[in-house]
Design a protein around this ligand. Structure first.
Ligand code: SF4
Length: 60
């Protein structure tokens, strides 16, 4: 299981970074990026995915 962000769907709200800062990071393009793919806390990542306003976060 690894988190993936649909960059086209991300509106850069920053919610995912605030929920799981070790996995999601806002970068210079104004969008969130996945900075950790392995060994993530799936419950926290799912929570971030649930709170993403555009459903841009998927767990693959
Ligand atoms: S919560 Fe969703 S829309 Fe907001 S920065 Fe993260 S991926 Fe982008």
């Amino acid at each position: 299981m690894k988190p993936v962000i649909d960059a086209d769907a991300c509106i850069g709200c920053g919610v995912c970074e605030s929920v799981v800062p070790d996995v999601f990071q806002m970068q210079d393009d104004g969008k969130a990026h996945v900075i950790k793919e392995a060994g993530v806390d799936e419950t926290q990542v799912q929570s971030a995915a649930d709170q993403c306003p555009t459903q841009a976060i998927k767990l693959e």
